[in-house]
Design a protein around this ligand. Structure first.
Ligand code: ATP
Ligand code: MG
Ligand code: MG
Length: 373
């Protein structure tokens, strides 16, 4: 028994809540209402007023352990809760993951490579950074960004005198643009006795800075790359003394090196395929770790899997046109998050296919998604 408290009411909270219920836990959510993806499937919910100490206190009192499904929780509220009830993963990881500069500083501090980065406060500083980083950079809001929001791609010819005031930001982080072969991610969990369990790395394709397709079992992720990526995830888990799940997003550079893009201090969109592809999903891993349960081995059910995101523009009547018959994939699954309104680039659901090869699984999810349009 017991109640899992979740900060945040989006689709990650929903999928976590559904697993928590299957495991026999009750679920308290902070950060929305009954129409939110997690609000629809929890036992109790508080609106997202992180300044209201009374409701934070009530939420903490209702929860035996608290975890979070998004990183942009005010750190004051997180600290307030952590004083009352175990917060897993803890505040150290959360604080680093919500500030790109702090995050990259911590990563380089433990010897993990990142793209070159620097804070800027003006068009002139931005121009200097662009010059120093070789002409191609990405400007990012230092806090609160997700799904590529608050990011500007800058090339040698971009008019920075115009762009800087357009951002409306007092300061921002500039990153060197990494010339990558592909992107990958590692979802991993750490238990309170220090045991680490990692899923095999996923290969990720982005469209417009938003995750589009993830693949498990791609031959491009060689055993050597995979082992190095998992080692990096372990280093981050240990550095922040994490109890819970996180994801590291990585670039494989054209020179064959792994560079960390960012840390998500929670289950990750790329890990959604673990729901069907493994004996234990990323959400179950998070719950097991957060609740102090024994570590479980992560066993793939199929050699390969792929996931395609469904954004607002992708699905008119998904279940009406969902027809995996005729596809050779071993299993195909459609997930919808119950979001009340459909907007372009809003994550509404995803498709997972399980197969014997990564390419085949990828083709299946792409074709199934096309069929829904
Ligand atoms: P989310 O948290 O939803 O993953 P985000 O808004 O925090 O997204 P990032 O992960 O920083 O954004 O960037 C989104 C994508 O933009 C990356 O996955 C990558 O495709 C591209 N990108 C970001 N930074 C760089 C970089 N320094 N060099 C090359 N590509 C980059
Ligand atoms: Mg991010
Ligand atoms: Mg990212």
């Amino acid at each position: 028994g017991g109640t899992i408290g979740i900060l945040g009411a989006g689709q990650l909270g929903r999928m976590l809540a559904l697993v928590a219920r299957r495991m026999g836990y009750r679920v308290a959510v902070f950060g929305g209402d009954r129409s939110c993806p997690a609000g629809q499937v929890c036992d109790q919910i508080w609106p997202g007023n992180y300044d209201d100490e009374d409701s934070l206190r009530e939420f903490a009192a209702a929860s035996d352990v608290v975890t979070y499904e998004f990183e942009n929780i005010p750190s004051k509220a997180a600290a307030f809760i952590a004083d009352l009830v175990p917060l897993r993963p803890g505040a150290a990881l959360l604080n680093a993951a919500q500030n790109r500069f702090a995050e990259k500083t911590a990563l380089t501090g433990i010897g993990l490579p990142t793209a070159g980065f620097r804070m800027v406060h003006s068009a002139t500083e931005l121009a200097d950074a662009r010059r120093d980083f070789g002409g191609n950079v990405i400007l990012k809001a230092n806090t609160d960004g997700y799904d590529g929001k608050g990011q500007w791609s800058i090339g040698p010819d971009t008019d920075l005198k115009k762009l800087w005031p357009d951002t409306g930001l007092p300061e921002a982080i500039v990153e060197q643009r990494v010339d990558f072969e592909f992107e990958l991610s590692v979802v991993a969990g750490r238990f309170d006795d220090g045991t680490v369990r990692a899923f095999a790395p996923l290969l990720n394709h982005h469209e417009n800075h938003i995750l589009d397709v993830s693949i498990l079992g791609s031959p491009k992720v060689t055993p050597k790359i995979g082992a190095r990526a998992e080692e990096m995830a372990r280093a981050v888990l240990e550095h922040f003394d994490v109890v819970g799940v996180l994801c590291i997003e990585l670039f494989l550079t054209s020179g064959g090196d792994l560079v960390v893009n960012e840390i998500a201090p929670r289950p990750h969109n790329s890990g959604h395929l673990t729901i069907e592809a493994h004996n234990c999903s990323q959400f179950e891993l998070q719950l097991r770790a957060a609740c102090g349960l024994p570590a479980t081995d992560l066993v793939p059910r199929f050699p390969a899997a792929a996931m395609a995101n469904l954004l607002g523009q992708h699905l008119p009547e998904a279940w009406m046109s969902w027809n995996p018959e005729g596809f050779s994939a071993k299993e195909c699954h459609l997930h919808l998050y119950g979001k009340p309104d459909r907007r372009p680039n809003r994550k509404m659901g995803h498709i997972t296919a399980l197969d014997t090869a990564g390419d085949a699984a990828e083709q299946a999810v792409r074709a199934l998604r096309t069929q829904l349009r």
